[in-house]
Write a protein that binds this ligand. Structure first.
Ligand code: ADP
Ligand code: ASP
Ligand code: MG
Length: 434
C-alpha cells in the first residue's frame, strides 16, 4: 500500500510548517511519495516564493536591478535551512543559481527552482531521497504529457527508492529544458504520480480542513464537505473553487484513486474524500463556486426557432476567433453565448460585427457578468431547488440574468451582475447549501 502525499505552499511556509509536515509524513509508513510546492506565504501580507521568482524573472528580463528581490528569496530558503539545521548545503545551490541569472534565463526554469529547492530541503529534513521532477514528468514539444514515458520513469524511480520527495509544478521537454505546469500545478504532479504508482490514496495537504461548501474568503465559516465526487469537484474547481487545480481529478479518476484533502494545521481532521461515487445524502447541494468576468453576447432574431443552423453559424464566429464558449442559454427567438471576458475583451466589437453579418440578427453585449455554479449529485433526485434559489435571490433584490442546468442535473449555473457576486454567494449559501 502506498500513499502519495502532496503539500502545498501554505504547508511549507516556514520551519514550523516543515516540522508539521515531517510529523505527518513519518506518522504513516504508507506515505512513501512526498510532493512539495515552493515555500508559500507565512501570513496574508507575505509573498510566495513562486511569485518572487516571477518578479525576479521580470527584473532580469527588463534589466532592472534585482539584488533586493534576490535577497528576499535567498534569505527565505536560508532561514528554513538554518532554523531546522538541515544538512543540505542550500547555500551552494543558491550561489550556483545566482551565477546563472541573466537577461535571457528561461522563466520556466527560474520559477521551477522554487519547488526544486524546497523539495531538496524537505528530502534532507525527513531523510527521504530527492528525485527531480524533470526526470519523471516528460512532455512532448507540443506541451502534451508523454504519459507512457512518465509512467515508466516514475515506476523506475520508485523501484530504486521507496521513500522519495519530488518537486511539484514542472517537468521537462525532450531536450531536458524545464516546462512549468499552470499555476497551482503541484496538485497535478501529485495526481500524476498517484496514477503512475496506482496509489491507494492521493493525499493533498493544505491550509483548510477540506473542500468548503463555498469560498471562505466570501462566505463566513462555510462547512467542510465530507465526501464529493470527482465530477462535482471538477465543476466546482472549474467554476472557481481554487482549492485544487482544476486538472487534478483527471489522472486519478481513471483508476478511482480517492483524493483526500487534509489540513496540515489540523492533521486529525479527516478532511474531504473525493471519489467516483459517494453515499452521503446529508446535503442536496454539495457546494457552490463562482467567477466574475464573463461576457454574454445576446442574439435576437424573429422566427429564429425555425431557422436551421443559426446556432452553428454563431459558434463558427467564436471558433474563428479561437474563443471557448462556456454556456449557451436559449429562448425561442433568442440565445446567448457566454464566454470568459479574458478571452474576448480586446475583440468583442469585432465579434459583434461578425455575428450581425453572419446571422442577420440583433446582437447586444452584457459585460460584467458573474457566473455561479450550484453543484450537487443529490439535486437530480429532488425538486424545488430552483424555487428556493429564486426566492433567496428575490429576497435580496438580486436580478438573475441567466439560468442553465447541465443535462446530468449535477449543476445549475446562474448569472448575475458582477456587482452582485458576493451578495449572491452569501444568499445562496444560507438558503440552499447550508
Ligand atoms: P496550497 O498552498 O496548499 O496549494 P491553495 O492556496 O492553492 O493552497 O488552496 C487553498 C485555499 O483555497 C484556501 O486557503 C482557501 O482560501 C481557498 N479556497 C477557495 N475556495 C475554496 C473552497 N471551496 N474550499 C476550500 N478552500 C477554498
Ligand atoms: N508554487 C506554484 C504556484 O504557486 C505551484 C503550486 O503551488 O502548486 O502556483
Ligand atoms: Mg494550491
Amino acid at each position: 500500500m502506498l500513499v502519495v502525499t502532496k503539500f502545498g505552499g501554505s504547508s511549507l511556509s516556514c520551519a514550523t510548517q516543515f516540522e508539521k509536515v515531517k510529523n505527518i509524513v513519518l506518522s504513516d509508513p504508507k506515505r512513501k511519495i512526498v510532493v512539495c510546492s515552493a515555500l508559500g506565504k507565512r501570513d496574508k501580507e507575505d509573498t510566495k516564493i513562486t511569485d518572487l521568482l516571477y518578479i525576479l524573472h521580470a527584473h532580469l528580463k527588463f534589466s532592472v536591478p534585482y539584488q533586493d528581490i534576490w535577497d528576499m528569496i535567498y534569505n527565505r530558503f536560508l532561514g528554513v535551512q538554518a532554523d531546522l539545521n538541515i544538512s543540505y548545503d542550500i547555500k551552494k545551490d543558491l550561489d550556483l543559481l545566482k551565477a546563472e541569472l541573466n537577461k535571457t534565463i528561461s522563466q520556466d526554469y527560474l520559477v521551477s527552482r522554487g519547488e526544486y529547492l524546497t523539495s531538496k530541503l524537505m528530502a534532507a529534513y525527513i531523510g527521504y531521497d530527492f528525485v527531480d521532477a524533470k526526470d519523471l514528468l516528460r512532455f512532448n514539444y507540443d506541451g502534451k504529457l508523454d504519459s507512457e514515458l512518465t509512467e515508466k520513469n516514475v515506476k523506475l524511480a520508485f523501484s530504486k527508492s521507496q521513500k522519495i520527495v519530488v518537486p511539484g509544478f514542472y517537468g521537462a521537454y525532450p531536450n531536458n529544458s524545464i516546462r512549468l505546469l499552470s499555476r497551482g500545478g503541484s496538485d497535478v504532479t501529485g495526481s500524476l504520480l498517484a496514477k503512475c504508482l496506482n496509489a491507494s490514496v492521493y493525499e493533498n495537504w493544505t491550509d483548510v480542513s477540506g473542500i468548503l461548501a463555498a469560498d471562505p474568503r466570501i462566505v463566513k465559516n462555510p462547512h467542510a464537505i465530507k465526501e464529493i465526487t470527482y465530477a462535482e469537484l471538477r465543476e466546482l474547481s472549474y467554476m472557481g473553487a481554487s482549492v485544487l487545480h482544476e486538472e487534478t481529478v483527471f489522472p486519478v479518476q481513471e483508476l478511482n484513486i480517492p483524493i483526500n484533502l487534509r489540513n496540515t494545521n489540523e492533521p486529525d481532521n479527516p478532511g474531504t474524500m473525493i471519489r467516483n461515487e459517494c453515499t452521503d445524502e446529508s446535503h442536496i447541494v454539495t457546494g457552490i463556486a463562482g467567477k466574475k468576468d464573463f461576457i454574454s453576447f445576446n442574439i435576437y432574431k424573429d422566427h429564429m426557432s425555425n431557422q436551421v443552423g443559426i446556432l452553428r453559424n454563431a459558434l463558427e464566429v467564436f471558433a474563428k476567433y479561437n474563443i471557448s464558449v462556456e454556456h449557451i442559454p436559449s429562448g425561442i427567438d433568442s440565445f446567448s453565448v457566454v464566454v470568459s471576458s479574458a478571452n474576448v475583451d480586446k475583440i468583442k466589437y469585432e465579434v459583434v460585427t461578425d455575428l450581425k453579418r453572419e446571422l442577420d440578427a440583433d446582437v447586444t453585449i452584457e459585460a460584467d457578468l458573474a457566473l455561479i455554479a450550484i453543484v450537487g449529485r443529490n439535486m437530480a433526485k429532488r425538486s424545488g431547488i430552483c424555487a428556493r434559489i429564486f426566492q433567496a435571490l428575490g429576497n435580496e433584490g438580486i436580478n438573475v440574468k441567466l439560468l442553465t442546468q447541465g443535462s446530468s442535473e449535477l449543476n445549475i449555473i446562474i448569472g448575475v451582475s458582477a456587482s452582485d457576486y458576493e451578495k449572491t454567494l452569501v444568499a445562496l449559501y444560507e438558503s440552499v447549501v447550508r
